[in-house]
Design a protein around this ligand. Structure first.
Ligand code: UDP
Length: 353
């Protein structure tokens, strides 16, 4: 299979334009724009003729995700950590970065945060900062430009839901350990949501919150120190290394292909009725982690053995979204099967590892 990211970008644009969704001439700030999901968003926005300001400190994002955009006149990269204040157009705040020539922003998409459980051990403070202080700073920019604010939250806000809350609706409040190894991410994303609602209430800002469920595809970070399950297993399988299933592999996740997720995100950003909404975007069908390991081993014709390692503390037992709200409000549901998603991702890995 010959895989090219540009075909998938065109697929997203076709799906959006079928519903007359276009960001042409909008000025959009994307924090985390050099990351896995952020860079896909930047690609689509640039191709649609928006002006895209990509803010990233390249701590987990990568310049290689955006290098092809650097010569576009509607693309601007700013190397900055969103957890530190930054203003566009005008600032009279002391000790803040000010980008004077950008006078008007229409939409702020706050997507910056490390998201891999492996990094929760190494970078808990910067994760907490980007989802709390970073969200506050991004909301400050939004307020000063009277822009629309879009926050990428996560299924982790639900923590470890019991069986009766699977599939999980947006109305479920969560079962989260505030002092556990995942709390820097789970609790800061929850605090980020609270910041969004506070600014909406107090400053009448137009906001939207998406809760993203496990998403993978080309450009997802790979390497043992990042450790999300899909890139880990693909890397291990392609190199005939042992595939490391944590626990007995009976825990479940539902996997969404990046094209479907970005389509859903941009439909939500655009949707005029969805102001103030919180919406899950993910795939309902659950797979056990052992099923995933076997599928990846088969698709790569790998000689890897599957081995079992201890289950991390607070690793959610089941995860699957209730996406009735996304279906109803956004007319969105994922279209790509797990097999097709993995085939494309594997093909990209072969060319890019
Ligand atoms: N996992 C695994 N082996 C790995 C990496 C992850 O078995 O090498 C498991 C992990 O314990 C979890 C699931 O795969 O149950 C999904 O992990 P991931 O890191 O992708 O993110 P999570 O969904 O937990 O946020």
């Amino acid at each position: 299979m010959v895989y090219q990211i540009k075909d998938d970008i065109n697929e997203i644009i076709n799906r959006l334009e079928k519903e007359s969704i276009s960001f042409k001439d909008k000025i959009i700030l994307v924090s985390g724009g050099a990351g896995f999901l952020g860079s896909w968003v930047c690609d689509v926005l640039i191709k649609q003729g928006a002006t895209c300001i990509c803010l990233d400190n390249l701590s987990s994002g990568s310049f290689s995700n955006i290098i092809h955009l650097m010569d576009k006149k509607n693309f601007r990269f700013i190397n900055h950590d969103i957890s530190k204040p930054i203003y566009f157009g005008f600032s009279n705040y002391p000790n803040s970065v000010c980008v004077g020539d950008i006078k008007k922003i229409d939409i702020v998409l706050h997507m910056a945060s490390r998201a891999s459980p492996f990094e929760f051990k190494e970078h808990p403070i910067s994760i907490l900062k980007s989802n709390t202080l970073g969200t506050m700073n991004a909301l400050g920019i939004t307020k000063s430009h009277n822009a629309l604010f879009f926050y990428t939250s996560t299924s982790e806000t639900y923590g470890n839901p019991p069986d009766e809350a699977i599939p999980t609706p947006e109305s479920y409040f969560g079962n989260v350990n505030p002092v556990g190894p995942r709390s820097c991410y789970d609790e800061s994303k929850r605090a980020g949501e609270a910041f969004v609602k506070a600014y909406e209430l107090q400053h009448k800002i137009r906001t939207k919150i998406v809760r993203i469920f496990n998403t993978s595809g080309p450009r997802i970070r790979h390497g043992p120190e990042f450790g999300r399950v899909v890139p880990n297993f693909i890397h291990q399988a392609l190199n005939d290394e042992d595939i490391t299933v944590f626990g007995n592999g009976s825990q479940t996740r539902s996997f969404t292909y990046v094209v479907d997720e970005i389509e859903g995100i941009l439909k939500f950003v655009y949707n005029k009725e969805a102001i103030g909404e919180v919406i899950n975007l993910g795939t309902e069908k659950e797979y056990t982690i052992l099923e995933l390991a076997n599928l990846i081993r088969d698709l790569t014709n790998s000689k890897s053995k599957i081995i079992f390692k201890s289950l991390p503390i607070d690793d959610p037992v089941r995860r699957s979204p209730d996406i009735s709200k996304a279906k109803k409000i956004l007319n969105w549901e994922p279209k790509t099967s797990l097999k097709e998603a993995l085939e494309k991702t594997i093909s990209w890995f072969k060319d890019n590892e």
